[in-house]
Ligand binder design. Structure first.
Ligand code: GRF
Length: 223
């Protein structure tokens, strides 16, 4: 792909789709040089499906229950993805674990966002676990996807404060607000070819990125 071509994306979702909307808006407003070719959701009744359709995005529902096994589901996913030329697959609240074979197929071309300051709090219920631990900071991480769950190299993190009186809901909302900024930013860097994942290493502006970049979101403190 030349530097001047618009980066074609597929976005995989399972739920609300607020990150998908943030990314689609950044594309539509030309804040990033990318375009959403396709949204794939594994839940027919997910709010994100409706939101994607409202935005006029090509939307495909592929449910795990339609297939006897996970391999059949992944084959259908691959077929849908291969029907269009995607340069990047963006996981945005996609709640299925993908096989190493699937991940290898998109090596260096698949991103995920996880609601924690990785490597802390891999897995589920991150906001609850952060509150239970009494942490003073929380955030989200955008990372390349590798075969190990939530363990691919992190590119950019948002750091938000945990405030007295926070509940899972208020903390999740603060983290999500930051996600809607950092995820489009990272995709924009891929589109500009400033960010690449090659030979197991992340490169940013031609230099190896050995630790994640961190953006502080103190302004969200007053939410
Ligand atoms: C986000 O909080 C993201 O970090 C996690 O799943 C959530 C998806 O939210 N992976 P949404 O569907 O984008 O609103």
């Amino acid at each position: 792909m030349s530097v001047h071509e618009t980066l074609p994306l597929a976005i995989l979702i399972s739920g609300r789709g607020s990150n998908m909307v943030a990314i689609a808006r950044a594309c539509a407003q030309r804040r990033i040089d990318a375009r959403v070719n396709q949204v794939i959701c594994d839940q027919a009744d997910a709010a994100g499906v409706l939101r994607a359709r409202e935005l006029g995005l090509a939307t495909n529902v592929i449910q795990r229950a339609q297939f006897t096994d996970a391999a059949g589901f992944e084959t259908a996913l691959l077929r849908a993805l291969d029907a269009q030329a995607h340069e990047l697959v963006v996981l945005a609240g996609f709640m299925r674990i993908l096989s190493p074979q699937f991940v290898a197929r998109y090596a260096g071309r698949m991103l995920n966002i996880h609601p924690s300051l990785l490597p802390a709090y891999r897995g589920l219920n991150t906001h609850r676990r952060v509150l239970a631990a009494g942490d003073r900071h929380h955030g989200a991480s955008v990372h390349f996807v590798t075969a190990d769950l939530d363990a691919g190299p992190v590119v950019l993190q948002s750091r938000v404060p945990v405030l007295p009186g926070d509940t899972e809901k208020t903390l999740a909302a603060r983290v999500q607000e930051s996600e809607h900024i950092i995820y489009p930013n990272v995709i924009g860097w891929v589109a500009q070819q400033r960010l690449v994942f090659r030979e197991g290493r992340v490169w940013f502006d031609g230099e190896p990125l050995d630790a994640p970049m961190v953006e502080e979101f103190l302004a969200l403190a007053a939410d």
